[in-house]
Ligand binder design. Sequence first.
Ligand SMILES: Nc1ncnc2c1ncn2[C@@H]1O[C@H](COP(=O)(O)OP(=O)(O)O)[C@@H](O)[C@H]1O
Ligand SMILES: [Mg+2]
Length: 324
Amino acid sequence: MNILLLSVGTRNLIVRYFKRVVGEEGRVVAADMQRIAPAIYEADSRYIVPRIADERYIDIVLDICRKEKIDGVLSLIDPELSLLAENEERFREIGVTIIGSSYELCERALNKMTMFRWLRENGYRCALSYDNLNDFYADLRDGKIAYPVVVKPIYGSASIDVLIVHDSEMLEMLFARHKDLMIQEYFDGFEIGADCYIDMISGELVSVFTKKKLLMRSGETDKSISFKDEKLFELIERFCDDSGWKGQIDIDLFEKDGEYYFSEVNPRFGGGYPHAYMCGCDHMALIVNNLRGERNEKHIGCYEDGMYMMKYGDVSVRRIDTED
Ligand SMILES: Nc1ncnc2c1ncn2[C@@H]1O[C@H](COP(=O)(O)OP(=O)(O)O)[C@@H](O)[C@H]1O
Ligand SMILES: [Mg+2]
């Protein structure tokens, strides 16, 4: 079983977990545009590839798949998910499965306003969101929303440019200067991360790990604590059945007055996934089963609650040949 991981960056643990599950007979191949992406050195072989926006990119990835006899491929960054999904057929033709959701779903997740509209239309509690000042002011007048609010990029990631805004003066200044911003209801309670695996054969949600985020750093969960709530599991199950995600997804939710509100979805391994893995939710094994044509049984909530994750730094020091 050979797996190709794209845009691995600093996700060393993800590479390690895949290596563990494919064992001696399988290989993990990693690619990144940077030679100094530490995670590529964890893999059995590595490739430096162009930017994903480069028109040769997909052809190069397909070549790697042929050469390395790859069975399944996945990406660890948001903008690449749609690109892979869009080219799904070309991968299928050479026997490679894309471990991820459809193009339409990847695009929905990328655009936080599209996601918000879908959630509302389908009757889910979610953070009130606006992409224009008029709609926001109308709701402000009607008392449906109040300051402070969160202003962030519609296509944002890694918590970049997320601001808490307290008045219309600041709001108007931001909207005058920047494009593609959205306003969102501010939640001051705790944020929840759900690491989910939707079986690629049955389409059924088979594993969920939920954690309360205690501290975020550089857009990633830095400290978190595992918890379990049947009501939340049922909500996530309904959401996954309604939407049709496939493979690994990471859902962000907020809790307010005992209710859960959807915030966003990343259809890939989130930065806080090691917490789930270390608590026994080995989604790499579920992926490998699917790639072997085996369907996974449903095991929701098979982990201990009250387990803390505390991230810490590590370094990799090596000579890197920049000539070849
Ligand atoms: N409506 C909100 N209320 C409170 N905090 C928020 C809100 N939206 C975003 N944040 C904070 O900003 C972080 C990043 O926002 P998010 O919408 O998850 O975008 P992304 O992870 O794609 O950058 C969240 O993890 C949360 O800490
Ligand atoms: Mg997020």
